[in-house]
Design a binder for this molecule. Structure first.
Ligand SMILES: [Zn+2]
Length: 274
């Protein structure tokens, strides 16, 4: 039995590359629905195969991270009860950044639950001034570097990590597996999608800072699931038997991911400058 567990663990390590590159055939237009995944005792995946949304369950209600967009928001809200989550219990909606695929459903979440909505100052501006500003929720809470947000028994700590946008909100928070606590980190924007050297410089600085600041991260997540194999690991966690390892607990994957993010952006920046 021990050997089987060790093998499953090894396979997990091998099967999931730590790459932030978007795989072929994965886009907003090709997104598929994913049933809610209970990844930890208190942390759920409620996004689709293209863009992430998460729910952090606390003793005083739910914190939703990212709102999805278009029809996907309602698909997600309607699926939550299957995982025992009542979307009316959402107290806070944290939006990682001001791109429509992450904030498009914010008004719908707020209308249903009355949740307070939080973004960084830079990304409130990006959202309010962008081409999808009609979908922007009313200005509410502003996330700042080092700020914490506590709901019931759970505290989130924020990092502002520019690069993908000027005001990416990343965060660390506790997750529990069988009652045991681990540190989780969610990178709110792990890649640069513009061709601006400044954006690459910002991203490189953000990755370096996170790598030197964050310690003891056991599980990492991203605002698009393919960068952290979130959906693939869901299949494993669903098939998990008592005593099997939790596939999301992978400290080495986080370190490898950050290293890959640094070398990837440095290489692309130097290519740009050639
Ligand atoms: Zn984005």
């Amino acid at each position: 039995m021990k050997r089987v567990i060790a093998m499953v663990f090894l396979l997990t390590q091998i099967a999931f590359g730590q790459s932030g590159q978007r795989p072929a055939g994965v886009s907003a237009g090709e997104a598929q629905a994913v049933p809610p995944i209970k990844m930890f005792d208190n942390f759920y995946y409620v996004g689709n195969t293209y863009v992430s949304a998460y729910v952090l369950k606390t003793s005083a209600g739910l914190i939703m991270i990212d709102a999805l967009h278009d029809q996907w928001t309602n698909i997600s809200l309607e699926a939550m009860p299957k995982a025992g989550l009542n979307p009316k219990d959402i107290k806070y909606l944290i939006v990682t950044h001001g791109h429509q695929d992450h904030f498009g459903g914010a008004k719908a979440v707020k209308d249903l639950s009355g949740a307070r909505v939080a973004l960084t100052e830079a990304d409130w501006k990006l959202m309010e001034g962008g081409r999808d500003s009609a979908a922007a929720p009313k200005r509410d809470m502003v996330i700042t570097e080092g700020q914490t947000l506590t709901l019931g028994d759970t505290t989130i700590k924020f990092y502002v990590t520019p690069g993908h946008t000027p005001g990416i909100a990343s965060m660390e928070f506790p997750v529990f597996d069988g009652g045991r606590q681990y540190k989780a980190f969610l990178f709110g924007g792990h890649n640069v999608t513009s061709n601006q050297p400044q954006a690459f410089e910002q991203m490189i600085a953000s990755v370096k800072r996170l790598s030197s600041t964050l310690t003891g991260v056991s599980a990492y997540f991203t605002s698009h699931p393919w960068a952290a194999s979130v959906v693939e690991k869901g299949a494993l966690v669903r098939a998990r038997k008592a005593g099997d390892p939790n596939p999301y607990i992978a400290p080495a994957d986080f370190l490898a991911f950050m290293k890959e993010r640094l070398t990837d952006h440095e290489a692309r920046l130097s290519q740009m400058r050639r």
